[in-house]
Design a binder for this molecule. Structure first.
Ligand SMILES: *Cc1c(COP(=O)(O)O)cnc(C)c1O
Length: 393
């Protein structure tokens, strides 16, 4: 069994993939070929967002979003420590400072109440109100924006987070790397931030055969900036450079592959939902684990189906038991970002973000993809049930 079975999908769409790839080989426009515009059009329609800008990775999408919003040294950007490193890395990369906000224990997404406290603490440069990074304690950071992550494909509480952003004059970037296809109150989750960023890394819900990403925005000016930043800050033409940018283009071949995959993507989102529902039913009687919470009005893209054990030993024992049955599992994420060596300079102590710390000790993800069968899920559930309570306490 595999955590994510990309072969089952390929067997289904192989002919379409080959047709798309051959078309690129025939026209030979490997950089910014017609497939890039076609993919941007498909996904902007799908998302219900006016502008979609394809780029080289989800990390570049986040980086370009921050650049377009004018973030730099002396700025604070609020985000969570329970995410992939890229979310906070890009903030540091452009010279700004990540200010961490703990997550909600039910959804694993940014906790709106904690966000308000962190904003208040930063304004007062008082870390008795909320844990702050070193520069924040000195009062040398200006709050600029928020990067909220739709973790495992579940949309953030956009109503609450957007409200806080608006009241405090902050931008909101959605890190939707894991949530393409997710919905919030009947609309696509990527439609709720100033700029939403997604990733086409192979393991994401819409994964290519290599790296890729995309920015979505309803703001024409921001879209224009991102398009310029994507190609070295170009102005009217290639050798007119109006700002500092990057080489952030997506390859034409990658866009061709994604176009073939996009044809089955809406159906795959439904298949993921069905697999998630089956898991939740099959696992409902297992005392030692907690299945994912999906708040009213949210539809997850189910990038991962992540469950919680009661404690660290129990989690590790369950993973071992499944491994012995040839069932792979994974831990996202074993160490919250404030405890990573890369962010030691922020000087956050252990226990600063107790929810993230506790989750990282207890969480693990089960195999999840559109082609997971009922039989596979039944054997996974049986493996968990067999070990239920064995190491509890
Ligand atoms: C995958 C991921 C990214 C980065 O995307 P890449 O395409 O790998 O650069 C950023 N944030 C989150 C939450 C992710 O899961």
């Amino acid at each position: 069994m595999q955590l994510i079975d990309l072969e089952a999908q390929q067997a289904r769409i192989r002919a379409q993939l080959e047709k798309r790839i051959h078309k690129v080989l025939d026209h030979g426009t490997y950089i910014m070929g017609p497939e890039i515009t076609e993919l941007e059009g498909c996904l902007s329609d799908f998302a219900g967002v006016d502008h979609a800008v394809a780029c080289a990775s989800g990390t570049d999408a986040l980086l370009m979003a921050l650049m377009a919003l004018g973030v730099g040294p002396g700025h604070a950007v609020f985000t969570t420590p329970f995410t992939f490193i890229a979310t906070a890395e890009v903030i540091a990369l452009i010279g700004a400072t990540p200010v961490f906000v703990d997550v909600d224990p039910e959804t694993f997404n940014m906790d709106a109440l904690q966000l308000s406290k962190a904003i208040e603490a930063l304004a007062a440069a008082d870390n008795t109100i909320y844990p702050l990074p070193e520069a924040g304690k000195r009062g040398s950071l200006a709050p600029k924006g928020i990067i909220a992550v739709d973790l495992f494909g579940l949309p953030v509480d956009y109503t609450a987070i957007r409200d806080i952003a608006r009241k405090n004059g902050l931008f909101l970037i959605g890190d939707s790397a894991q949530s393409l296809g997710a919905e919030y109150k009947g609309k696509k989750a990527i439609a709720f931030s100033h700029i939403a960023c997604t990733s086409f890394f192979p393991a994401k819900p819409l994964g290519g055969y290599g790296d890729g990403g995309m920015c979505f925005t309803g703001d024409e000016e921001l879209a224009r900036s991102i398009r310029s930043i994507r190609v070295h800050g170009k102005g009217a033409h290639k050798y007119d450079n109006t700002r500092i940018g990057i080489n952030g283009r997506m390859d034409t071949l990658q866009a061709a592959i994604l176009l073939a995959k996009f044809e089955v993507f809406p159906e795959e989102i439904e298949l993921r939902q069905a697999a998630a529902d089956r898991y939740t039913r099959l696992l409902s009687d297992i005392r030692t684990i907690k299945t994912p919470t999906v708040p009213e009005g949210c539809k997850s893209a189910w990038a991962q189906y992540s469950i919680l054990a009661g404690n660290n030993q129990q989690r590790n024992a369950l993973q071992r038991a499944l491994k012995a049955m040839d069932i792979p599992t994974a831990v996202y994420y074993p160490l919250p970002l404030h405890l990573q060596r890369a962010f030691a300079y922020l000087c956050y102590p252990k226990t600063a973000f107790p929810v993230s710390e506790s989750l990282s000790e207890r969480i693990f993800s089960l195999p999840m993809h559109p082609y997971l069968t009922r039989d596979q899920q039944m054997s996974i559930a049986a493996g968990l049930l067999e070990n239920d309570g064995g190491t509890a306490g």
